[in-house]
Design a protein around this ligand. Structure first.
Ligand SMILES: *Cc1c(COP(=O)(O)O)cnc(C)c1O
Length: 244
């Protein structure tokens, strides 16, 4: 019975992952990009560790979580050498001491004092902590992320922090019925990166983390190098979870 259930879940995950990878490849090819330059982060928030372990065995190397407590339990239980855990939810600076040593990357840096706290607590790491700057492109009041107009000033300050490695930008697009409506958001994030490349040329700015289950194909057409996909891989989440 238990074995059977496990086999079903594995078969379902295998199907879902294959489908997402195929869609990534198709979207990349539509705009002449190589699918190899796109990292798939499987967003495992609210899902049991068992599913993470299966997905890892099926070839997923990058996982995303948005809540510190939940993530720390999973990371402590499962963190093979070639696997990366990404923090994708808002980080409060009083959690930085836990986040900086545990995660391989923090995609959601949106305030200077959070970056400074992460930097202070990243000193014990063997390598600098990879971070992305989260930008609230559409200016939604309900969302975290820095405002586009403040990115340049904050970026200058964050890239100066010695224990962080700023790798690019991240955004969460507004929810819509038609993902074409948020194409401009992804394009705006890419243009913002162009601007940063001109203003801060010593940083490579390799990454644009944008696109989720409903809109990752469009994000890839607009240049995403990281897509964060939850439901299309692990299935729908329970309603009780907040912040989604
Ligand atoms: C939950 C979440 C995702 C994944 O969303 P899906 O719609 O399940 O693909 C991606 N990014 C962030 C920041 C999230 O909180």
């Amino acid at each position: 019975m238990v074995e059977n259930n496990f086999a079903n879940r594995e078969a379902e995950l295998l199907r879902n992952i294959a489908q997402v990878r195929a869609h990534i490849a198709e979207a990349a090819e539509r705009v002449g990009r190589s699918p190899q330059e796109i990292t798939l982060v499987a967003v495992s928030k609210t899902k049991p560790l068992e599913l993470v372990e299966i997905a890892y065995r099926l070839g997923i190397t990058d996982f995303g979580e948005n809540r510190v407590q939940e993530a720390l339990l999973k990371i402590a239980a499962f963190h093979p050498q070639h696997m990366r855990w990404h923090m994708i939810g808002h980080v409060q600076s009083n959690k930085a001491s836990k986040v900086a040593p545990a995660f391989d990357s923090v995609q959601s840096v949106d305030e200077l004092h959070v970056a400074q706290a992460l930097d202070r607590h990243a000193t014990q790491r063997a390598t600098r902590l990879s971070v992305l700057l989260e930008v609230n492109i559409a200016g939604e009041a309900s969302k975290t992320g820095m405002m586009p107009a403040e990115v340049l000033v904050l970026a200058r300050q964050v890239v100066a922090l010695p224990h962080l490695e700023v790798q690019g930008l991240m955004t969460v697009a507004p929810q819509t019925q038609n993902p074409e409506e948020v194409r401009w958001v992804f394009r705006a994030l890419r243009l913002l990166r162009e601007r940063l490349r001109e203003e801060l040329p010593d940083v490579a700015w390799p990454h644009l983390s944008m696109g989720m289950t409903d809109d990752y194909r469009i994000a890839i057409e607009e240049g995403a190098t990281i897509v964060r996909v939850g439901r299309a891989i692990f299935g729908e989440r329970e309603r009780m979870v907040k912040n989604l």
